[in-house]
Design a binder for this molecule. Structure first.
Ligand code: DLL
Length: 431
């Protein structure tokens, strides 16, 4: 039923385990990472002050800037002869974030990913095509190790050459794929063009590394005849495997035996209650090489802590709503790209690709949404096009409280990406 016994531990036992591990990690960083020793001293906190789980609020936050300031190895808590792997993740600016792993970090990470895959029903004998970048990105090797550990037939497909990916799915009888949701939509498009979508035997897909909406899920599930599961993680917390949907598809179980989870008000840092939307803050409880205290992920979500019928006792997070830094403010109104995706993907005439362009005319922000139309719905009649534009505009206005210009473009116009899609083009600074 379960991959590891920790998945169903009674909550009280989980919390005891968390406290033991929290004490360990605070001691570990205090003894071995000058940055943390200094930060703890500044707040007058000593490892012995951690006596109960609530004491976590005494600890300082860690930010992406702290990672960059300590580039490359300044936050490592072990010497390099104990580090067996390095991954990096590049943000929008500056130096990449570097993360290190000991051999046992790698072992735990592989088990966490295996735990997630097992949860959605991947088993020995499944053919797992890992359509993910295998270089610095954690999605490639992370999923690879997890799938292999579980005993699935693992194909290190990497990214790109979409026709070959599709052919491989057909020829090998792939039953499970992992990719970003935006690339999966592209795979679907190419499989349709090749006329082989019916020859694909997929049972499920694991999609993540970027935000996606419930309506995109529906499109993927319908096109491939699969169940599509949301997979969340970040390099700073090992990579994928931090939180994952179970077969109920009602939120992502977040593994609290390895991560202490808080949701805070992004402005004040105050802890929020279950159900309240805020920034996800994670503390690693088991990482040896690069432990992080109260890491500000920048991801916006809320906690769902009800009993799940799958039997797992770990709480869930709602699918990521957006990032504290991808919120666009247009004419004073907060807009998350995920809201736009949510609206577009439920309109049948709209294709799978879109782009948001923000410009400034004089002192006014302009929001333009470029939308690809579905081929089969493109009649070429001007009045039809006008009707679709108005429909999209109306739906966007309802969701965003904002007027958006809508530009219809032909299928294939918007650039496809093999990894994380870049949906927003903010040109306000450049004009
Ligand atoms: O994206 C790790 C990963 C690989 C996750 C494969 C899932 C599958 P980074 O490149 O460090 O690591 O990017 C992490 O991506 O803070 C989120 O903003 C975003 N992200 C990841 N998963 C999801 C998701 C990997 N399911 C950053 N939904 C995170 C929304 C996601 N956003």
């Amino acid at each position: 039923m379960y991959w590891e016994k920790e998945e169903t531990l009674p909550r009280k036992e989980l919390e005891e385990l968390q406290l033991k591990r929290l004490k360990w990690v605070v001691r570990h960083v205090y003894d071995n990472v000058p940055f943390y020793r200094e930060a703890l001293k500044q707040r007058n906190v000593h490892p012995d002050d951690i006596k109960k789980l609530e004491d976590i609020s005494k600890l300082p936050f860690t930010t992406k800037e702290d990672l960059r300031a300590n580039y490359p190895f300044g936050l490592f808590a072990v010497s390099l002869d104990k580090v067996v792997r390095i991954h990096t993740s590049s943000g929008t600016s500056g130096k990449p974030k570097v993360v290190g792993y000991t051999a046992s970090d790698i072992e735990r990470w592989a088990n966490m990913v295996a735990r997630c895959l097992y949860m959605v029903g991947v088993r020995k004998g499944d053919i797992f095509q890992n359509i993910s970048n295998y270089a610095f990105f954690t999605g490639g090797l992370g999923f690879h190790m997890g799938a292999e550990k579980l005993g699935a037939v693992t194909i290190p497909a990497g990214v790109g050459n979409t026709e070959r990916q599709v052919q491989c799915m057909v020829d090998f009888g792939t039953t499970v794929i992992h990719s970003t949701p935006s690339y999966a939509l592209h795979l679907k498009e190419v499989a349709e063009e090749m006329g082989v979508i019916d020859k694909i035997k997929l049972k499920m897909g694991c999609f993540g590394a970027e935000p996606w909406s419930e309506n995109t899920r529906k499109r993927l599930e319908d096109a491939f005849g699969i169940k599509a599961y949301d997979s969340y993680g970040l390099s700073e917390m090992n990579g994928p495997g931090v939180a994952f949907e179970c077969q109920e598809q009602e939120g992502l179980h977040i593994w609290i035996d390895h991560y202490f989870v808080e949701v805070v008000d992004p402005k004040t840092g105050e802890r929020l209650s279950d159900g309240e939307k805020g920034e996800l803050v994670l503390t690693t409880l088991t990482k040896e090489a690069m432990p992080l205290l109260r890491y500000r992920t920048g991801d916006v979500t809320f906690l769902i802590d009800d009993e799940c019928s799958c039997g797992r006792t770990h709480p869930k997070i709602h699918r990521i709503i957006g990032r504290t830094d991808d919120m666009i403010i247009v004419r004073g109104i907060n807009v998350f790209p995920s809201q736009i995706e949510h609206v577009l993907m439920r309109i049948p005439e709209v294709g799978d690709n879109f782009q948001v362009v923000i410009t400034r005319k004089g002192s006014l922000d302009e929001l333009k949404v470029r939308v690809e139309l579905k081929d089969e719905l493109f009649t070429g009649e001007l009045s039809d096009l006008e009707r679709i534009v108005q429909k999209i505009q109306k739906e966007l206005q309802k969701e965003l409280n904002l007027r958006a210009e809508v530009e219809l473009v032909e299928k294939g116009t918007i650039e496809r990406s093999t990894g994380k899609a870049k949906r927003v083009l903010d040109l306000r600074g450049e004009l």
